[in-house]
Design a protein around this ligand. Structure first.
Ligand SMILES: [Zn+2]
Length: 306
């Protein structure tokens, strides 16, 4: 599926950052070592990374090299096919992976890259980061090896198979009588408010995770949890599951270990904030377009905030 057609299906949220990669994952090649080897020639493209950060050219695009640029001992992951060319990324040394997305260079990259390039980068980053952090078997502790073009690691000692993981996180809008609940974590920049969020725990449905998080963080009971959209978030590898829910009362009991503040905002507040992102105007600083919370607020203004 091309980036454009997947974006078109998103309706009221508009495009979701990090979604819509133009790369065909070509599973039939991953699972076939001969087919994969046949693709590993001078035509193959290798995404240039500096640790986990993308190299960006003067036009603001991702930089691709060839297999000749990759050290002999590097592990390669097969990202898939683009324009019938095999695309790869090399797993960086664990020591070169560095801290998460709060780095200024990562944010710079997010703002610079086109939506298709951002999706390619996000997917590749999550995958190579997982490999860098999972060199040893979680079952027996032996060194594992890369298999299936990088979509698996296998342990020759105990036979265990390990798969690149993505962790589900719910992120939710909560509405009460036309107003929206948003909160701020202590680490947020000044004036910034966003949707509440939390990891889905083992044994939980998405709906249960939404209800639990809102109860834990804001002391509110919610109902009618509705799924809106998802976002693959590559810092390091989460699936953000955007939801909407209704609260029957507006009495907030804040969990101060999670949130510094939570408040109800009117439609006018949200509209004004979305129109003044990154400025000192507006009632609060709304999440930037790269965050799914931004897409959820757009959805709310269009679908619910009338
Ligand atoms: Zn093992």
């Amino acid at each position: 599926m091309s980036g454009d057609s997947s974006h078109a299906a998103l309706g009221a949220t508009g495009p979701i950052a990090f979604a819509g990669s133009p790369i065909d994952r070509a599973d039939q090649i991953r699972v076939d070592p001969d087919a994969l080897a046949a693709r590993m020639d001078w035509r193959a493209k290798v995404l240039k990374l500096d640790g986990l950060l993308p190299e960006i050219d003067e036009m603001g695009g991702l930089v691709w090299g060839t297999l000749a640029d990759v050290p002999q001992e590097a592990e390669l992951v097969f990202l898939g096919l683009m324009d019938d060319k095999a695309c790869f990324a090399a797993v960086p040394d664990q020591g070169a992976t560095g801290p998460a997305y709060a780095m200024p260079r990562a944010w710079q990259a997010i703002q610079q890259l086109s939506p298709p390039d951002l999706a390619i980068y996000g997917g590749a980053r999550s995958l190579v980061d997982w490999h860098a952090r999972h060199q040893f078997c979680a079952k027996c502790g032996s060194q594992t090896k890369i298999t299936k073009g990088g979509w698996q690691r296998s342990c020759d000692n105990c036979g265990a198979e390990h798969f690149p993981r993505t962790d589900p996180v719910t992120i939710m809008l909560v509405e009460h009588e036309g107003r929206l609940l948003l909160g701020r974590q202590p680490r947020f920049p000044p004036r910034s408010f966003s949707a509440l969020a939390g990891f889905v725990e083992p044994g939980e449905t998405i709906e249960e995770a939404v209800a639990r998080e809102v109860w834990e963080e804001a002391g509110l009971r919610v109902r009618d949890v509705q799924y809106i959209a998802t976002q693959p978030w590559p810092f390091p590898s989460q699936l953000m599951i955007g939801c909407f829910s209704i609260a029957d009362d507006d009495q907030i009991t804040l969990d101060v270990t999670e949130l510094e503040e939570a408040r109800w905002f009117s439609r006018e507040d949200v509209e004004h904030a979305m129109a003044t992102i990154g400025t000192e105007e507006g009632p609060f600083n709304a999440p930037p377009p790269a965050a799914i919370a931004h897409s959820l607020l757009k959805w709310w203004l269009k679908e619910r905030g009338q």
